[in-house]
Write a protein that binds this ligand. Structure first.
Ligand code: UT7
Length: 326
């Protein structure tokens, strides 16, 4: 039996740091409020020359280098993003060109913050069916360009970044064991970016109404996220006949420290079994899990032969998990 195995990871965040104190000077907020309600202390944002594909390429080159692979060794590129460089060509095609990955097909997927875990679901099937041999999956976002910097309810939350993984088949008893994806479009209005698509195409009116910025009903989203992720994590373990105590690490989407702690409590996981970097980067949407995975590996917290659980929640609404035996 072939399983999909993550053979390498890479990540990239831009150099510019925006601290909570910087935000205190822009909107009516405080470091105390942001830390207490979200766990975020600072976030990274791009400079004026950078777009999502630039971040994605940095993360991808990093992953390729660690795997001693060349871009032409990749046969498929998938970029999970809700902030593509442009509507089309896809960010994945732009990445393919920039990397020089001339043997790869390329396309984007959008499941908002769950995009990377949705990507793992897809990649796992494509590798198991032997449709592709070696896939580059990137989660990359430039949320700072779709953030309303005058809206304190959203601008304190988001950041920019990218994370990448390279996935191959293995016949060993490890790799991506199971993936679980879910959606509820009836709750789509809880987090949305309405402007710039075919419903509200760019016009003076959409700009004046600020429709090109993220709109979020934070507190309602929070409640659904806690409930849904607790259920999802528990069910993922049950369906694999595993007890949560058999997990060596939970790598959750970094949206809010209180959501992360609620899932950890439900699984009875101690702090050392939960990877958190939200204080440094805020919510980087589809990039958050691959950045966290890359950092967790570099910190020696992902151990060969052990189980890790990835789980995400985001706009759509969407939520997803992936159980991996490293
Ligand atoms: O990644 C995808 C999914 N996204 C999420 O999962 C995010 C989910 N939501 C959250 O993380 C939280 O709901 C937030 C961090 C966004 C907000 O925290 P909350 O505890 O749900 O606060 P709230 O929205 O209930 O607001 C409480 C108060 C309000 O004031 P009043 O009405 O009580 O006077 C807000 O106006 O906090 C106020 N507030 C702020 N105060 C200072 C909202 N934002 C700020 C702010 N600084 N930045």
């Amino acid at each position: 039996m072939i399983r999909a195995s993550i053979i390498s990871t890479g990540s990239y965040v831009p150099d510019t740091v925006i601290t909570n104190n910087d935000l205190e000077r822009i909107v009516d907020t405080s470091d105390d409020w942001i830390v207490e309600r979200t766990g975020i202390r600072e976030r990274r944002i791009v400079d004026s020359s950078q777009a999502t594909s630039d971040l994605a390429c940095e993360a991808a080159r990093n992953a390729l280098k660690k795997a001693h692979l060349r871009p032409k060794d990749i046969d498929l590129i998938i970029v999970a993003t809700c902030t593509p460089d442009m509507a089309f060509p896809s960010t994945a095609c732009i990445v393919q060109d920039k990397l020089g990955a001339r043997h790869a097909a390329a396309f984007d997927i959008n499941a908002a913050c769950s995009g990377f875990v949705y990507g793992l679901h897809l990649v796992s099937s494509l590798i198991r069916s032997e449709a592709h041999k070696r896939i580059l999956l990137v989660g990359a976002e430039v949320l700072s360009r779709v953030t309303d910097w005058q809206d304190r309810t959203t601008c304190v939350l988001f950041g920019d970044g990218a994370g990448a993984v390279i996935v191959e088949g293995t016949r060993e008893k490890r790799g991506i064991i199971s993936t679980h994806i879910h959606s509820d479009g009836s709750l789509g209005d809880l987090i949305m970016l309405p402007g710039g698509g075919s419903r509200f195409s760019c016009s003076m009116e959409t700009i004046l109404k600020k429709l090109h910025f993220i709109k979020m009903k934070g507190n309602e989203t929070f409640k659904v996220a806690v409930r849904t992720l607790e259920e999802l994590a528990t069910r993922t373990m049950e369906e694999n006949n595993l007890d949560p105590s058999q997990l060596s690490l939970l790598i959750p989407h970094q949206a809010n420290i209180r959501i992360i702690q609620a899932t950890a409590r439900r699984l009875n996981l101690t702090e050392d079994k939960v990877f958190v970097n939200i204080e440094k980067y805020g919510n980087t949407s589809a990039a958050s899990i691959p950045i966290a995975l890359d950092e967790a590996i570099r910190a020696g917290r992902v151990i060969a032969g052990e189980y890790i659980l990835l789980e995400a929640f985001g706009g759509g609404l969407t939520w997803a998990s992936a159980l991996v035996k490293w």
